[in-house]
Design a protein around this ligand. Structure first.
Ligand code: NAD
Ligand code: ZN
Length: 357
């Protein structure tokens, strides 16, 4: 038996207004002549937040388009652009949702690793530590702020650059930054956390470490989406900590059926992670009865639309692509259904599940 020895984020600052400490936090990381690069979610272009970014010297803000989830091509282009413009840089700071944070992690790694980010999709393939990187979430739920992966869509697969070099050196958890997120988006990303908790707590990989974090994260999600009527600052505070704890929970376990199926949707149809998970979760009574019941309650209570009928009209070939991608997520299925998962989740069974979505 070998126990996972996982690398964690080195520094964490939490609190309303902690974003204002960024200049001070970055100061010791600055190298002469090498700028800090701030990758900022394009949602904030023209808003107040970019004016609060502590630019020094030849630092730059690059607004990143996250209309689609990050691609290896996008990562490679950004890293090349930075090498061409600056040679070396002091670090990459990602300010945004999970997509922007993943881009920041991947670009920081690609500043020091040769080739394409597609070469490093997998487990422990990254060779060199990247440049300094910090993550600042503006949406809560993915756990990308604490994870050791950065999920990328490449030429042949959707898979993370999973390595000990991937976690951020610093995260800034300032719940004020999530305040203006649209209700639907906040729900979808929040449900990513809720689903992480259910998949971790109901999984066969569970141990007391992941259970402790998973239970806490679940409780915080319930406070926000089940107990509370309306949204207030406390909800932002709680959901940000739920995301962190949910991420810590899966660090020592794995996600499960909703994620495995949702990966197929996003690979074929480009369905975004949060909403894709919700679309799938809506049909998983068989695997997570209590979680799905509560999920449906939260959807109704928060007045959220979950798209239906997205697999209508797909060809056999397209179903096969989704099934292949999903079946490839072996650790997720093993966590969800046990070692003999292939006997339980056959291609036929998975096909009928996709047909319901
Ligand atoms: P996102 O980053 O894809 O952003 C969704 C939308 O919300 C975008 O249009 C964005 O511009 C907008 N947005 C972001 N912050 C906002 C704010 N404060 N106010 C208004 N709009 C805002 O959404 P997400 O759900 O946070 O992240 C999903 C991504 O995270 C996927 O690419 C997924 O693969 C990745 N992910 C990574 C991990 C990991 O461990 N690395 C885990 C789960 C998900
Ligand atoms: Zn997720």
């Amino acid at each position: 038996m070998s126990f996972r020895n996982f690398k964690m984020v080195s520094y964490v600052v939490y609190g309303r207004g902690s974003f204002n400490q960024l200049d001070e936090i970055l100061a010791p990381q600055r190298k002469a002549g090498a700028p800090m690069i701030f990758l900022v979610d394009h949602f904030f272009e023209g808003k107040a937040l970019p004016n609060r970014v502590p630019l020094r010297g030849n630092d730059s803000i690059i607004f990143v388009d996250v209309s689609f989830e990050p691609k290896t091509k996008q990562v490679d282009a950004l890293a090349q652009q930075l090498k061409d413009s600056f040679g070396t840089i002091s670090g990459v700071i990602g300010i945004g949702g999970g997509s922007t944070m993943d881009l920041a992690k991947a670009v920081a790694l690609m500043m020091t690793n040769p080739g394409s980010s597609a070469d490093y999709q997998g487990w422990d393939l990254v060779k060199n530590p990247g440049v300094y990187k910090a993550g600042i979430p503006t949406l809560s739920g993915t756990g990308a702020e604490v994870s050791r992966t950065t999920v990328l869509t490449g030429p042949t697969r959707k898979l993370g650059m999973n390595s000990d070099f991937t976690p951020f050196d610093q995260i800034v958890l300032d719940p004020e930054l999530t305040r203006d997120a649209p209700v639907n988006q906040r729900f979808y990303t929040g449900m990513d956390c809720y689903i992480h908790c259910i998949e971790s707590l109901e999984g066969t990989f569970l141990n007391e470490f992941s259970k402790s974090y998973g239970e806490k994260a679940l409780q915080l999600c319930q406070k926000v989406f089940v107990e509370k009527n309306g949204w207030d600052d406390a909800c932002d505070d709680q959901l940000m900590m739920a995301s962190y704890a949910g991420g810590m929970s899966i660090a020592y376990s794995q996600v499960g059926v909703a994620h495995a199926v949702s990966y197929g949707l996003s690979y074929l149809l480009g369905t975004k992670h949060g909403i894709g998970n919700c679309i799938v979760m809506d049909h998983l009574e068989e695997y997570y009865p209590a979680g799905v019941k509560e999920f449906k309650y939260m959807v109704a209570k928060n007045n959220i639309d979950i798209p239906k009928g997205i697999s209508k009209g797909l060809t056999d070939e397209q179903f096969d692509i989704m099934i292949n991608v999903s079946m490839g997520m072996k650790p997720l299925w093993e966590n969800a259904l046990g070692k003999d998962w292939e006997k339980i989740m056959t291609r036929e069974k998975l096909r009928s599940l996709y047909e319901k979505l």
